[in-house]
Design a protein around this ligand. Sequence first.
Ligand SMILES: Nc1ncnc2c1ncn2[C@@H]1O[C@H](COP(=O)(O)OP(=O)(O)OP(=O)(O)O)[C@@H](O)[C@H]1O
Ligand SMILES: [Mg+2]
Length: 146
Amino acid sequence: MKLKVKTSSPQETMSVAEKLARSLGYPAVISLIGDLGAGKTTFTKGFARGLDIKENITSPTFTIMNEYLSGRKPLYHFDMYRLGSLDEALELGFGEYFDLTTLKGASIVEWAENTKGLLPERHFEITITKLNENEREISVEPKGLV
Ligand SMILES: Nc1ncnc2c1ncn2[C@@H]1O[C@H](COP(=O)(O)OP(=O)(O)OP(=O)(O)O)[C@@H](O)[C@H]1O
Ligand SMILES: [Mg+2]
């Protein structure tokens, strides 16, 4: 199953993400697929709003992970752009954030392609495709269901 929606502004993308965050069951792991500037961090800002997180969400490009604990559920925001492998992610102690038996809240990951094998089988794959300057197609696909 794949749900698709088109947005025409960053605000609309945030609104889609906010609604999704309010609809999901937790714990949840979310993979964000999309080119540079597609809108993965923008989506995460909206997702955080859906968890009633008040802090400003910034890209974890250099820190690799930012955690936000002020909302209804904890949110762990990863950017694996600078990581080269699953081993590197595990060495940094990130394994626990992708274990659905212990995770509380949500782990949302940009560039999860770089750390293949880190995500649990059961996760949501969100693909953001840039159609033009302000339009994006967002697809939501639950993975790991039988
Ligand atoms: N419909 C839209 N949805 C999301 N972002 C949009 C949209 N239209 C324009 N934008 C712009 O696209 C840019 C998306 O940047 P963002 O940092 O969210 O991308 P990213 O996928 O996280 O990139 P990176 O791979 O560098 O981390 C922002 O400047 C945002 O304002
Ligand atoms: Mg980003």
